[in-house]
Design a protein around this ligand. Sequence first.
Ligand code: ZN
Length: 115
Amino acid sequence: MPDTLPPCPECSSQYTYEMDALLLCPECAHEWNAEVEETEAAEVVIKDAVGNVLQDGDTVSITKTMKVKGAQSALKVGTKIRNIRLVQGSGDHDIAAKVDGFGQMELKSSIVKKI
Ligand SMILES: [Zn+2]
């Protein structure tokens, strides 16, 4: 969630406040769902380490050696990952893919480069 709440879409009041999943405007009493407004307003663009826009099905390579929890070895620079899927994973993990030797895992777009 952003620190600052968006202004009221009805009257542009800056004094909006949150109640549960809703945003409320004290000036015109408008109520709306912040989550829905956000996903409708902004298309999520996921970019790799050098700024290429990533899409489902892309092949990428790892740009930074990464330790993998529970795995014997680290994920090394240059490891190719085929057929990525863009997801809203845990934390800032935004890619899901099957990685040879590691299985299905979540990755951060900031450590991959589109091939
Ligand atoms: Zn309002």
